[in-house]
Design a protein around this ligand. Structure first.
Ligand SMILES: [Mg+2]
Length: 370
């Protein structure tokens, strides 16, 4: 029985080493909510809410998540008896959407539960890999700068490079990357910046043997993506469109994509992420784990998730030092020759750097069982 007696929320803010530019937003500083759970027997769990400060990626923000957790989700966790973290799906069922707020609490419960079981999170969920391949994302920038950044990451050993694109900032840079790196595992992410009438711009990318084009069309679409996929050789990968297991089922049935990017925050927690992974595995649809410019706690959950068998494509999981001067976990997430070791210690397998958290904390709230 997980009897949670106290939930503490920390609002932290860190400056990214370099600003990150997508088709929708320029991110320079990153706020996150860290969730700490304490149970009656003294076990602890940590989770991270990956919503951004403004609603450019999904409708959630740091402030909406704080509100949802403080006023709705935390009271549910404190006032109910929970035997397994997967019960959160049912427990939170009466609250619509707000996936990232739910995932922050749910992943903290998974960490606490696996510590109580004295198992690593990866072992607990059935992970089959000891190491996972690491990929990196390069934002939209001056083409020369992008090439220099990619060159550096290739030398660092990253297994796959993804670049952000948007209409007018696509084929020219892809052509230049391909001239310089003909065989680099390369993919592109449009973050919904194209419309159906720009299908020819997407078809023009077919000759560059991209691993996939991620989320070209609207963030809530699966129908038009199916139309584009029928005319495109390059696989489409859906990100923003897949918020639930049912979304994934429909997208696979419709032929809207050939690959799915699974993000724990976007789908409301690890339980739903594992269900989507299993569904995709049954249908022969490979998956990979997407990134949210997150800090070490979420990064650790991603590593455990990506140790499952159908994560056959390198994801966005890179080293802490790619983004941060200092991360909030000990040790930080490290990449060695393109791979990240899956921790074997109980829970998420990383300790928490409380000194760092106090340095970057803007707000703290304790919610205690009544
Ligand atoms: Mg994406």
């Amino acid at each position: 029985m997980l009897e949670i007696k106290k939930i503490t929320l920390y609002l932290v803010e860190q400056t990214l080493k370099t600003p990150f530019v997508t088709s929708l937003e320029r991110v320079e500083t990153r706020e996150s909510i860290l969730v700490h759970l304490l149970d009656e027997e003294g076990y602890e769990g940590w989770g991270e809410v990956v919503a951004f400060s403004s609603p450019w990626y999904t409708e959630e923000t740091v402030k909406t998540c704080w509100h949802m957790i403080e006023d709705f989700l935390a009271p549910l966790v404190l006032s109910n008896q929970i035997t397994h973290p997967s019960e959160c799906t049912l427990l939170f069922n009466g609250i619509k959407r707000n996936q990232m707020a739910k995932a922050g609490l749910e992943t903290a419960l998974w960490d606490l539960y696996s510590k109580r079981q004295d198992k690593s999170l990866s072992t607990l969920i059935g992970g089959t890999r000891n190491v996972i391949p690491s990929g990196v994302v390069v934002g939209i920038d001056d083409p020369n700068q992008m090439l220099a950044t990619i060159e550096k990451h290739v030398l660092d050993g990253y297994q796959r490079v993804k670049i952000k694109i948007k209409p007018g900032k696509d084929i020219a840079i892809i052509r230049r990357i391909r001239e310089r790196f003909p065989n680099l595992p390369l993919m592109v992410d449009a973050n919904s910046s194209y419309s159906l009438d720009q299908i020819d711009d997407l078809k023009a990318l077919d000759p560059y043997h991209l691993l996939m084009i991620e989320q070209p069309l609207a963030s809530d679409d699966i129908i038009d993506h199916a139309k584009v996929q029928r005319e495109l050789h390059t696989p489409i990968c859906l990100d923003e469109s897949i918020v639930t297991y049912e979304d994934a089922r429909r997208a696979i049935e419709m032929g809207s994509c050939k690959v799915i990017n699974i993000k724990v925050g976007r789908v409301g927690g690890l339980t739903e992420a594992i269900r989507i992974h299993n569904l995709c595995q049954e249908h022969g649809v490979p998956v990979w784990c997407g990134g949210m410019l997150e800090m070490g706690i979420s990064r650790a959950v991603n590593i455990a998730l990506a140790s499952l068998a159908n994560f056959t494509i390198p994801g966005d999981i890179s080293a802490s030092s790619r983004y941060w001067e200092e991360d909030i976990t000990i040790p930080e997430v490290c990449v060695e020759e393109g791979y990240i070791s899956v921790p074997t210690a109980p829970g998420i397998g990383f300790s928490i750097n409380l000194n760092r958290i106090s340095e970057v904390m803007k707000q703290k709230k304790e919610i205690v069982k009544q």
